[in-house]
Ligand binder design. Structure first.
Ligand SMILES: Nc1ncnc2c1ncn2[C@@H]1O[C@H](COP(=O)(O)OP(=O)(O)OP(=O)(O)O)[C@@H](O)[C@H]1O
Ligand code: SF4
Ligand SMILES: [Mg+2]
Length: 346
């Protein structure tokens, strides 16, 4: 029989390890936009944790609040006309919710890098890649042009761009979509951030290029010892690169779990529908079981569980009260009142 002191020592050391790993912890984040003088919640229960040197995916349909959450994490909600209403974002023990712009200036780009959604359109068509990268580098830290050009070349080599020196002379339209996305990733890595947030970095790319970019990002994360938040509406993309997943639906986190747990035993009916609608894991000849119906629009969230209008398991109790909170344990939790209790077998 194990002695109590041994059990306590082991759990203390487990707690210490998990504290050391805890890198980013987002709790009950609520974000709103002001429309016609009224504050409209667009995210109201986002929960996410990212370990040091690990990759976490955020998956969900269009409009679920993925980009708003990312913007909260780099302090640029106001650029989308949004505000942080409440909640916590602990980054390496520092509370970023409510941080002033002077703090964000030290964090944004330097500690948390961001590849924005639609970044392929983000390059200025009339300036060369070199000019744009060099300006971005010089805006971040004092460097002369020669040093900044060397850094730009090194960054392009980091994202496996061949002929980096020549590419600096080229304009965005001379580059393929995949190359442009590599340039955007290079720009986000200029200050060697500890955390990179990539918002749908492969959406506009064809399948082969998508795979190359995902492989690149997984390799960079490993080689640079960064953490990664990868946003996608495609669970297959997340599962390929990430260690854990947060599933978002209508402004709320509805399931959080390690990738292998989600693969084996998804709990929330929405997660299950996302999994069974995947082309790559479907049984040949069988219909794909995509979530039926449309996502509920911001401002029209129903009473009770927001997934209720599309859920095959719905009953009357689901439609009462607030959106169910995440329930479970430290390894898997879901926001469904009918989810089976999760055994903590870790
Ligand atoms: N300025 C705004 N005013 C009103 N609603 C807004 C505004 N900006 C965003 N929204 C709404 O907030 C919700 C969340 O938007 P967000 O861009 O975070 O979604 P998303 O999950 O990233 O979607 P997508 O997959 O299409 O990128 C959406 O319903 C969107 O319509
Ligand atoms: S709470 Fe009810 S409606 Fe919501 S996901 Fe669970 S079973 Fe479906
Ligand atoms: Mg988005």
């Amino acid at each position: 029989m194990e002695r109590t002191s041994e059990v306590s020592e082991r759990s203390q050391s487990r707690a210490a390890t998990s504290d050391a790993k805890m890198f980013l912890n987002v709790k009950d984040l609520k974000i709103g936009v002001r429309t016609s003088g009224v504050m409209l919640p667009v995210v109201d229960a986002a929960n996410l944790s990212v370990d040091r040197n690990a990759a976490t995916g955020i998956v969900g349909e269009s409009g679920s609040g993925k980009t708003m959450l990312c913007r909260a994490l780099i302090g640029t909600l106001s650029r989308r006309g949004a505000v942080l209403i409440s909640g916590s974002m602990l980054f390496e023990g520092r509370e970023l919710a409510g941080a002033p712009e002077s703090v964000w200036k030290r964090i944004r780009g330097r500690e948390i890098g961001y590849v924005p959604q639609s970044s392929l359109a983000g390059l200025n068509p009339v300036l060369t890649i070199g000019t744009q990268l060099i300006e971005a580098i010089m805006a971040m830290e004092p460097a002369n042009r020669v040093e900044a050009e060397r850094t730009a070349r090194e960054l392009l080599e980091l994202v496996r761009i061949p002929r980096a020196k020549l590419l600096l002379e080229e304009h965005p339209h001379q580059l393929s979509g995949g190359m442009r996305q590599r340039v955007m990733i290079a720009a986000a890595l200029a200050q060697r951030p500890k955390l990179l947030i990539a918002d749908e970095p492969t959406t506009a790319l064809d399948v082969t290029i998508q795979r190359e970019i995902l492989t690149l990002m997984a390799g960079l994360r490993r080689d640079l010892g960064m953490s990664l938040i990868l946003v996608s509406h495609d669970l297959a993309v997340i599962e390929e690169v990430c260690d854990s997943v947060m599933v978002m639906y209508a402004g709320a986190s509805v399931e959080v779990a390690p990738v292998e747990v989600l693969r084996r035993a998804p709990q929330h009916p929405y997660t299950r529908a996302l999994r069974s609608s995947r082309v790559d894991t479907a049984t040949p000849g069988q219909d794909l079981d995509a979530p039926s119906g449309e996502p509920v629009a911001v401002g029209a969230w129903p009473e009770g569980c927001r997934f209720a209008p599309r859920c095959a398991l719905v009953d009357q109790t689901c439609q009462r009260g607030p959106q169910p909170p995440l329930m479970g344990n430290a390894h898997q939790s879901s926001a469904c009142i009918r989810a089976e209790p999760v055994e903590d077998t870790w």
